[in-house]
Design a binder for this molecule. Sequence first.
Ligand SMILES: [Zn+2]
Length: 360
Amino acid sequence: MASTLDPQKEGICTSLPTDPGAILDAHVHVMPDPIGAVLNKTSGNLALAGEGYASARDRIRSAIGPVHGLIHKVYAGLRHFPVGVRMGVEEFGALAPVPSLLIESTAGDLLSSMECNRIAMSILIAHPPVTSNERVLELSEEHLGRLIPAVNYGRDSGLSEDEAVSEFRKAIDRREGALLLKIHAASDGENAESARYRALLDVASEYSIPVILHTGCIHAHLIHRSPALGDASKFKSWFADWPRLPFILAHMNMHEPGVALDLAQEFENIHVDTSWQPAEVIIEAVRRIGSERIFFGSDWPLLGGNQSVALERLAEARASGCISDEDITRIQGGNLLALLRKSFSQAAESVRAHWNRDGA
Ligand SMILES: [Zn+2]
């Protein structure tokens, strides 16, 4: 394989924060800004475009800020409703995030949310075709040390299995191994036996690249082809087949976090993120699996104000007295930082070994 290693990029994996107390968000996305795109095309020099548009977005965001906590609370409370009711709400609620995405969803919005919440670094996850792999790779290069890419070669990437593997290898090479792989089986509608996923997992394992797996059944067919494939237990064979590969169960299986925690108790290579989970679940997670394998995650920008809401929930968990300051420091960034340092340095070594072998 021809290498595209660029000596200028030497040190991608050493651009991780050095402060052990830094806050890292394990789960964010960005989306295109449809209003901004139209304004740029049509408004030219009108006051509504450019600065005026940006400050209008800022004003609306801070005005509706207090509502965000309530929306997140309602969503977290859905798990206590009968399954039939919850499924109905989710099916109709799939469009609920749209209004907030109009004012909070772009890369600029993300960086300003990170600034406001003193978040040092976020893992930016691709979701083709809405957010392409190329886009997250470019943004991570543009904001080195602030954004780390997670690439996603699922069904909507438009790539065949062989092309997906080849693109993944190219991205690993381009980043010197400093990236993650995202798998969203519920969105793709492909199960644990998928040849595409298994081939990608083999490559991830070859380089020790952590894998983020979407977990949690959201019954919204508009966005997920097979909601049932959000159930983390359906992927149990993976955790056993690739025992040294780190898996991050995104959203801790949402409405049924107990499933994610059962798996984490059984498999040492499982980690969970706190996105969508209320304080009481974070406390229960620490009680059951300890705080070392729990990562702070927000799933920004879905529902709005995610990074502040997710941090408030951590603070609430700390205020309960059930978890310590050390637990919080680990969860809010220390654990993820340790995992990335270890994985990225192993991956960089493998990339260089390939390069030396192929270049010889
Ligand atoms: Zn997400």
